[in-house]
Design a protein around this ligand. Structure first.
Ligand SMILES: NC(=O)c1ccc[n+]([C@@H]2O[C@H](COP(=O)([O-])OP(=O)(O)OC[C@H]3O[C@@H](n4cnc5c(N)ncnc54)[C@H](O)[C@@H]3O)[C@@H](O)[C@H]2O)c1
Length: 439
């Protein structure tokens, strides 16, 4: 842990103050000595959580002190994975509060299903931990706002797991889009074109003995266990995930919004259509979806983002499985986070391109660096909120099947009680320790 003298020196030094101003310092975030190791815990070492674990154990700047999962099988695998990488066995716990009450822990990585993201983030911030939380940051609009409030109230760094934000090729590609090189960028199209699997249909059954299903459900309303609910497939249910728009889609929506550059502002109008045109299974979210978001910016200028999803397509689209295209008045940029971008001028003349792939270690490094410097991370919780809200707004408009008007400042739909009911979610009737206070 850092020495107090070193910390107070950093806070008080004028050199630090100058750097702080240029880095959007989150004032009050503890600056950590460059030489001290971080102590971290990982919550939810499932599919993506295992990806985090394998990246964390390669990072000499930290000690992985805890792993936490409600599934004993996954917990045991996580401990083994850490040991196999030559690390000391992390403490294995099934209740995330055991990590939060340990004062030696600096930060937590949260890779649970979406319905646990905000509850765990808010509890962690209030316990003094910095948070790296998987995307989509929130399960719903209200909890997304509460995550920002928690980060700012507690002066903690909260980075969301949209790792493309720390990936050099798309930093460069989106900077080109914003630079004016393709003129005034008035529209952006985002697509998600890939072949998903049919998850099947299942009847309720007893949960497996190695799973604490009650804690897995957490603050959400209790439903009977069934094999098409977990692991990983929870994302196709309204109570636990955000469909593929919030799963793969949110990465590309986030990149699209980054280039479109509308600021911290939600769209004024949302139109959407979609449904299950292909899969006949237990999924609730659409497999086919088109959402159009329209912003009216100060001065009256309008911009548009179009999201297209066809998750039954056994082919990529325009060279990119998932991609973004920004349309400017002088040219366009097209790209995909997995491979790179290309810029075209008038009459489709190729001008410039960049190559690369998403960089998870860089996103981890950015998070840890921000804990040291107090700067806002590349995928700060507030930046991400506007991307996650496009997912929530698009899903709400698709569910209701009508064009909606949204008040960005109030985060409320205009004149639509049914839509406003979906700005937040229902919680367990009997209450639960994970329900965010004041929600
Ligand atoms: N950044 C990326 O590229 C990327 C890729 C895939 C998934 N993800 C995100 O990662 C998250 C996890 O997705 P997944 O596919 O790995 O799901 P998963 O179901 O495989 O893993 C989730 C794990 O969390 C555990 N868990 C559930 N509730 C818990 C609790 N209260 N405490 C501790 N553990 C708990 C589950 O038992 C499971 O092991 C999602 O938010 C998803 O959107 C991100």
């Amino acid at each position: 842990m850092p020495s107090l003298n070193r910390r107070s020196f950093l806070r008080n030094s004028s050199a630090f103050a100058a750097t702080a101003a240029s880095l959007h310092i989150t004032s009050g975030v503890r600056a950590q000595s460059p030489n001290s190791k971080f102590t971290v815990g990982l919550i939810g070492p499932g599919g993506m959580g295992t990806g985090h674990l394998k990246t964390l154990v390669k990072n000499d700047a930290l000690d992985l002190a805890y792993v936490c999962d409600v599934d004993q099988t996954r917990l045991a695998t996580a401990v083994k994975n850490a040991e196999d990488a030559g690390r000391k066995a992390p403490k294995a716990v099934t209740d995330l509060r055991r990590i939060l009450e340990d004062k030696s822990v600096d930060a937590v990585f949260i890779a649970t299903p979406d319905h646990w993201h905000a509850p765990a983030t808010i509890l962690a911030c209030d316990a003094g931990k910095h948070v790296y939380v998987e995307k989509p940051g929130s399960h719903n609009i209200r909890e997304g706002r509460m995550m920002i409030e928690a980060a700012r109230r507690t002066k903690r760094v909260v980075q969301v797991g949209t790792q493309t934000r720390s990936s050099a090729h798309m930093m460069e590609g989106t900077a080109k889009v914003r630079s004016g090189a393709i003129g005034d960028v008035l529209a952006c199209r985002v697509w998600n074109s890939q072949r998903r699997r049919n998850i099947g249909k299942a009847l309720p059954s007893a949960p497996p003995a190695h799973l604490d299903f009650d804690t897995w459900i957490g603050p959400a309303p209790m439903v009977p266990y069934k094999s098409t609910l977990l692991h990983a497939v929870w994302r196709w249910y309204y109570a636990f995930g955000a469909g593929d728009m919030g799963n793969d889609g949110v990465h590309d929506i986030d990149v699209g919004l980054w280039g479109l550059d509308v600021g911290f502002r939600h769209p004024n109008r949302i139109a959407a259509l979609g449904g299950k045109y292909f899969f006949d299974d237990d999924q609730q979210f659409p497999d086919t979806q088109t959402c159009i978001f329209e912003w009216e910016l100060p001065g009256g200028k309008k911009k548009q983002l179009i999201y297209e999803q066809r998750i039954w397509a056994p082919y990529v689209q325009e060279g990119y499985e998932n991609g973004d295209a920004w349309y400017g008045t002088k040219g366009y940029v097209i790209g995909g986070k997995e491979s790179g971008w290309q810029m075209f001028a008038e009459k489709n003349k190729p001008v410039e391109s960049g190559k690369g792939s998403p960089d998870l270690p860089a996103h981890h490094r950015n998070f840890l660096d921000c804990i040291k410097t107090g700067a806002r991370p590349n995928a700060d919780v507030e930046i991400h909120h506007y991307s996650a809200c496009l997912v929530h707004l698009g899903n709400i408009a698709t569910r209701l099947g009508r064009t909606l008007k949204f008040d960005s400042a109030k985060e409320q739909f205009i004149g639509d009680a049914e839509a406003n009911a979906l700005v937040r979610r229902a919680y367990r009737k009997e209450g639960h320790w994970g329900v965010p206070k004041g929600v």
